[in-house]
Design a protein. Structure first.
Length: 256
């Protein structure tokens, strides 16, 4: 399997709009890997996108993604879903093909003036909506949704030919110890706050606890938050203190 990190940023982008901190100035001046678009991951073999941040159209163009057949959504938070209108662009570019959108527990309720956007996308022929209540098989690839312990978010175990990548881009403090998530070749996981612990937020200590429990061969940390004010070089130096831990960056290729 061949994965592409199409966005490694967090709730706010790096650079963040109008921000003049050193981290954002560096990102503007130097671009990738210092610049980070919103969270998303692409699997080439099945043309699947995991999550759709508001700048996902830019990510698709930046990394020459030529086809998207399906979008898997981990949870409803806007930094993972606000770009779902990309289905309209994909429908237009593909000559009218519908994109399969797989929804997390509880679905998604986007509306303007009481009008459901997802219902309108379906009526317009842009996409079909499917519930993520069972593993999804596409060719030799199986995508298994695994509920997190917070009750609303999912991780995905992606398996093919004896190889496994676990994608848990957010809320790592709620990762369950489940067989589907153990012993992955790669665990892509939302990075927690590097310094200390904030109520309700994943910490880096939570990352280490999840790694110890799930025993991946590699752990790739994504969902890098602008509020930490850490540039790419600083993040890499931080991760090097922990064997097997890496920092994701936009355009990163993960081959299994």
């Amino acid at each position: 399997m061949n994965f592409l990190v199409t966005g490694s940023g967090g709730a706010l982008r790096i650079p963040n709009a109008t921000c003049q901190c050193a981290t954002c100035r560096e990102a503007r001046a130097r671009g990738v890997p210092f610049k980070r678009l919103g969270q998303s991951l692409y699997l080439r073999e099945i043309a699947a996108l995991f999550d759709a941040s508001e700048d996902v159209n830019e990510a698709i163009n930046a990394y020459s993604v030529a086809r998207i057949d399906s979008i898997f959504i981990t949870h409803w938070h806007p930094d993972h879903t606000a770009g779902i209108r990309v289905v309209e662009a994909l429908h237009s570019a593909s000559g009218g093909k519908r994109v399969e959108v797989f929804l997390p527990p509880g679905g998604l309720d986007f509306s303007i003036n009481g009008n459901s956007l997802l219902d309108w996308f379906v009526r317009s022929g842009f996409c079909t909506l499917r519930a993520l209540d069972a593993p999804v098989e596409r060719g030799t690839v199986t995508v298994t949704p695994v509920p997190l312990d917070n009750g609303y978010a999912l991780a995905f175990a992606v398996d093919s030919a004896g190889r496994r990548l676990v994608h848990a881009p957010c809320h790592a403090m709620y990762l369950p110890d489940r067989p589907e998530l153990r012993n992955a070749d790669v665990l892509v996981m939302g990075m927690g706050t590097p310094d200390g612990k904030e109520p309700g937020k994943t910490s880096f200590a939570d990352n280490l606890a999840a790694i110890a429990a799930l025993s991946p061969r590699r752990a790739v940390l994504t969902h890098i938050e602008e509020e930490w004010k850490m540039g790419h070089d600083e993040l890499v130096a931080f991760a090097e203190r922990y064997p097997g831990v890496e920092i994701a960056f936009d355009g990163m290729e993960i081959a299994l």
